[in-house]
Design a protein around this ligand. Structure first.
Ligand SMILES: NC(=O)c1ccc[n+]([C@@H]2O[C@H](COP(=O)([O-])OP(=O)(O)OC[C@H]3O[C@@H](n4cnc5c(N)ncnc54)[C@H](OP(=O)(O)O)[C@@H]3O)[C@@H](O)[C@H]2O)c1
Length: 235
C-alpha cells in the first residue's frame, strides 16, 4: 500500500512567512490546509498555491477563538483525513512601552501568539497521537530570547511560546510527535516597519520556510528543540 499524501496545516498562511512555508510544504508534496482570519487574501493564497500542491483548502479561522479553532480543526481533519505537520505561525506584533501598553494590546498579542498556538496544537494532537506521528513547528522569534524596549507583550508571547514548545515536546515525543520552535531575526514582511533596519540585509520569508523544510526532512527519530535563524549581516 502506498503512503498517504501528507497533510500540512499552516496558520497565518495568507501572506509573509506563513505563505512561504505553505509554498515550501507544497513543493514537498503536502496537501495544504491554510488558516488566517481574512477570507479574501486566504482564498487568493490558496488559488496561487493550487498548482503547486496535491490539494489546497482555505479554512478562515481566528486562532484566538477557542470554539472557532475546534470547529475548524474538525472540518480540516474531515477534509484531510490526517495531520502530518502543523505550523503555528499566525502572529501579531503588539508594541509599546510597558507604561503605555493597553490591556487590550497585551491580551490580543498573547491570545494570538501564545494561546492560539496552544489551541491549534491541542486541536491537532489527538489525531497525531492516533497516527503515532506528526510534527508541530512553532514560529517564535529571537524576541523570545532577547529583550528590547517597547516589546513587553511581544517578547512575553514569544518567550512563552518557547516554554510551550518544550513542554509540548515532552508531552508528545512518546507518541512519535516532534515539536520544534524556529526563532527568526527580522524578516522582510508586512508584519512591522522594522524602523532603522536595512531591508536588503533582513531575512526573507523563504529563509524561514527552508528551515521548516529542513526540519521535516530529518529522520523521525530526531528533532532539534529550537532553531535560531539570523541574518548574516546585522540589518
Ligand atoms: N517579520 C518578522 O520580522 C518576524 C520575525 C520573527 C518572527 N516572526 C513571526 O513570524 C510569524 C509570521 O509573521 P509575518 O512577518 O509573516 O507576519 P504577517 O506578514 O503580518 O502575516 C501574519 C499572518 O498571520 C495571520 N493572522 C494574524 N492574526 C491571526 C489570527 N488571530 N488568527 C489567524 N491568523 C492570524 C494574518 O492573516 P489575517 O490578518 O487575515 O488573520 C497573516 O496571514 C509571526 O508569528 C511573527 O511573530 C516574524
Amino acid at each position: 500500500m502506498s503512503a498517504p499524501t501528507p497533510v500540512a496545516i499552516v496558520t497565518g498562511a495568507s501572506r509573509g512567512i506563513g505563505y512561504a512555508i505553505a509554498e515550501e510544504l507544497a513543493r514537498r508534496g503536502h496537501r495544504l490546509a491554510l488558516l488566517a482570519r481574512s477570507t479574501g487574501p486566504l482564498e487568493e493564497a490558496a488559488r496561487r498555491l493550487a498548482g503547486a500542491a496535491p490539494a489546497v483548502r482555505a479554512f478562515p479561522c481566528d486562532v484566538r477563538q477557542a470554539e472557532q479553532v475546534a470547529a475548524t480543526f474538525r472540518q480540516l481533519l474531515d477534509w484531510g483525513g490526517r495531520a502530518d505537520v502543523l505550523v503555528n505561525n499566525a502572529g501579531i506584533g503588539g508594541f509599546g512601552p510597558l507604561h503605555e501598553l493597553s490591556e487590550a494590546v497585551w491580551n490580543d498579542t498573547l491570545d494570538t501568539n501564545l494561546r492560539g498556538a496552544f489551541l491549534c496544537s491541542k486541536a491537532v494532537a489527538p489525531q497525531m497521537i492516533r497516527q503515532r506521528s506528526g510534527y508541530i513547528i512553532n514560529i517564535s522569534s529571537l524576541a523570545g530570547k532577547n529583550a528590547f524596549a517597547g516589546a513587553a507583550a511581544y517578547c512575553a508571547s514569544k518567550w512563552g511560546l518557547l516554554g510551550l514548545t518544550k513542554c509540548m515536546a515532552e508531552d508528545l515525543r512518546g507518541y512519535g510527535i516532534r515539536v520544534t520552535a524556529i526563532c527568526p531575526g527580522s524578516v522582510q514582511t508586512e508584519f512591522s516597519p522594522h524602523a532603522g533596519k536595512d531591508p536588503a540585509r533582513m531575512l526573507q520569508p523563504e529563509d524561514v520556510a527552508r528551515a521548516v523544510g529542513w526540519l521535516i526532512e530529518q529522520d523521525a527519530r530526531s528533532f532539534p528543540s529550537e532553531i535560531d535563524l539570523r541574518p548574516t549581516q546585522k540589518p
